[in-house]
Structure formats: structure tokens, C-alpha cells
Write a protein that binds this ligand. Structure first.
Ligand SMILES: NC(=O)c1ccc[n+]([C@@H]2O[C@H](COP(=O)([O-])OP(=O)(O)OC[C@H]3O[C@@H](n4cnc5c(N)ncnc54)[C@H](OP(=O)(O)O)[C@@H]3O)[C@@H](O)[C@H]2O)c1
Length: 278
């Protein structure tokens, strides 16, 4: 993957190698005082689709028309800088049913070996720990065992099912009650993670987890790849959904790159935004 991307912002730009593009952001050094640095990442079509249904599947998936190895490399680079990944109950159910897109990063494939070396050189743990947001606690307990080498936190609400809590704790999960009702509240989640010592938090779930963090004003940065395709469809996921945000979340452009190589024949924009305080 030796080819370059074109920097469009900041100007003046120029050609830069794709590999290392986001590693250079040093997200593991951006935490301030007690506040961890929280960032997320999506790949979307130009009409804003991040997931669509597919034949023979019970859950939606990232459309193959937008998923591509170059964006995936950057996804892995972002994970390489994290000491914790935030995912959802949905991901662990998909993992159990064989519908998950992939294992949680950082990938063990040879092409990501440099990222493991880089992590070690930066004094980060071998793999990021995991936080699962789940209201239902419908998390197949056997999937926790497959992540036994990582610390696993589960965030839920006060009304969570006590039996499921006990079962998840017995399987090695650390349960945090982080809100009234069934859902976890974003500020409480990030505060608990900060207290546990996490400094760089990479959010790789979907629209309602992102909304939880936006509503709580705790997201620092969004990485967004726009694959230059239009997908339409009536049943889809987009970046975020929930009660309308008033005021809206303003996003300041940090960087923008043009990648002509993928998706094939179309290309993509690699954008990065800072969330301004609301
Ligand atoms: N294109 C991309 O870049 C991209 C990125 C991420 C995801 N996706 C796709 O988007 C689709 C949706 O992903 P997703 O299901 O992870 O999205 P999500 O809407 O963020 O997460 C859904 C699940 O997360 C839990 N959850 C969310 N907010 C919570 C809160 N405040 N408190 C407690 N639990 C909470 C719930 O789990 P329980 O049901 O267990 O209660 C909920 O069902 C998937 O198909 C995924 O592949 C695409």
C-alpha cells in the first residue's frame, strides 16, 4: 500500500504516504489533565450510509461498496493509538453469530505488524482494552472469554438485569452502572474510564453510541471517510441518531485528504474534525 494521498487541508498540501497518515496524529498524547481524549471514526457513502441490510443476514453491515483496505488501514492506525476501544452489545452478538465485520483491532495480520511494534515503542499495552455499552446486557458470555487478554468493561444503567450482570462479571467483565434506567450516560462513562486510567479512547460503535457521547459533550474528534459512491436504500444506519441536538454539534475541520485509489474508480475523502464545545 505504497501509494500516496493528496493533502487538501491544511494548505499548502502535497502528497503524503497513506501509511502513517493518522499515526502521526499522536492521539495517545492528547489527553489533558484528568480528561481522556475521545475520538471516533466512520466510513460513509456520499449519501451518508454507514450500514445496510444484506441477504442471509439478521443484522446490517458496512456496505462492501464503501469498505476498502485503505480506509481499514487508517481504522487500524487509529486503534493503534488507543488504550481503550468503545464498542456495543450489538458487536458482541454479531461476533457470537458470525456476522461481525472482523475481530476487534489491532489486527494480527502481517500487514499490521508495524502497528504492534509502534505500540510497544510508545509504551502502550499489547492491545487496547474494551468498553461495551449495553442496555439489554444481551452479551453472549462466551465472547468475553475470547478477549481474556484485554480488560473488558461493560457500561449499562441502574435497571440492568441483575442476573445478566452476575453472569458477565463471572466471565471477567467489569460492570459499571453509568446512568438511570437501562442506558449508560456519556459523561459517567468517560469519567469512569478516566478514573480507571484510560487516556485515549477510540469509539468504534455506531449511531446510538455516538449520540450518547455527543449529547454528553465528551467527543473530541471525528474521523470520517467519505467514499465517493451513492447507495440509496430505505433501511440504513447513518452516523448518529437520537433527539435533535440543540445547539447542533459544530465540527471544525482539522485535515482533509483525497485518496484516488479506493473505492476503485471512485476515490474517497479522508476528513478529520474537532468537536467544538457546545
Ligand atoms: N461504516 C462505519 O464506519 C460503521 C461504524 C460503526 C458501526 N457501523 C455499523 O453500524 C451498524 C450499527 O452499529 P451499532 O449497533 O454498534 O450501533 P449503535 O447504535 O451505536 O449501538 C447499538 C447498541 O449499543 C448499545 N448502546 C448504545 N447506546 C447505549 C447507551 N447509551 N447505553 C447502553 N447501551 C447503549 C445497545 O446495546 P444493547 O442492544 O446490547 O442494549 C444498542 O443496541 C452496524 O451494522 C455496524 O456494522 C458502521
Amino acid at each position: 500500500m505504497g501509494t500516496t494521498v493528496l493533502q487538501l487541508f491544511p494548505t499548502p498540501g502535497g502528497s503524503l504516504p497513506l501509511e502513517g497518515l493518522y499515526l502521526a496524529h499522536e492521539l495517545h498524547r492528547k489527553a489533558e489533565a484528568e480528561k481522556p481524549f475521545v475520538y471516533s471514526n466512520f466510513v460513509a457513502s456520499l449519501d451518508g450510509r454507514i450500514a445496510l441490510p444484506a441477504a442471509h443476514r439478521t443484522t446490517r453491515r458496512v456496505p462492501p461498496a464503501i469498505a476498502n483496505p485503505r480506509d481499514w488501514r487508517l481504522y487500524q492506525e487509529l486503534a493503534a493509538q488507543a488504550d481503550l476501544l468503545v464498542t456495543s452489545g450489538r458487536y458482541f452478538r454479531q461476533l457470537a453469530s458470525g456476522e461481525a465485520q472482523d475481530l476487534l483491532p489491532i489486527g494480527k495480520q502481517e500487514r499490521f505488524a508495524d502497528l504492534h511494534t509502534w505500540r510497544r515503542s510508545q509504551g502502550l499495552s499489547a492491545q487496547p482494552d474494551i468498553a461495551i455499552l449495553s442496555a439489554s446486557l444481551e452479551i453472549p458470555v462466551q465472547t468475553l472469554a475470547t478477549h481474556a487478554e484485554r480488560g473488558v468493561h461493560v457500561f449499562t444503567g441502574e435497571d440492568a438485569d441483575p442476573e445478566k450482570r452476575v453472569a458477565l462479571e463471572a466471565a471477567g467483565g467489569r460492570i459499571h452502572i453509568a446512568g438511570p434506567g437501562h442506558a449508560a450516560e456519556g459523561q459517567q462513562v468517560v469519567r469512569a474510564l478516566a478514573a480507571a486510567g484510560y487516556r485515549s479512547i477510540y469509539v468504534i460503535a455506531g449511531p446510538s453510541v455516538l449520540f450518547t457521547l455527543l449529547q454528553a459533550n465528551v467527543l473530541n474528534r471525528l474521523y470520517l471517510t467519505f467514499a465517493h459512491v451513492l447507495l440509496a436504500g430505505r433501511d440504513f444506519d447513518t452516523l448518529t441518531w437520537g433527539q435533535e441536538l440543540h445547539p447542533p454539534q459544530a465540527m471544525r475541520l482539522v485535515s482533509l485528504f483525497y485518496d484516488s485509489q479506493a473505492p476503485e474508480g471512485a476515490g474517497q475523502l479522508l476528513s478529520c474534525y474537532e468537536c467544538l464545545p457546545r
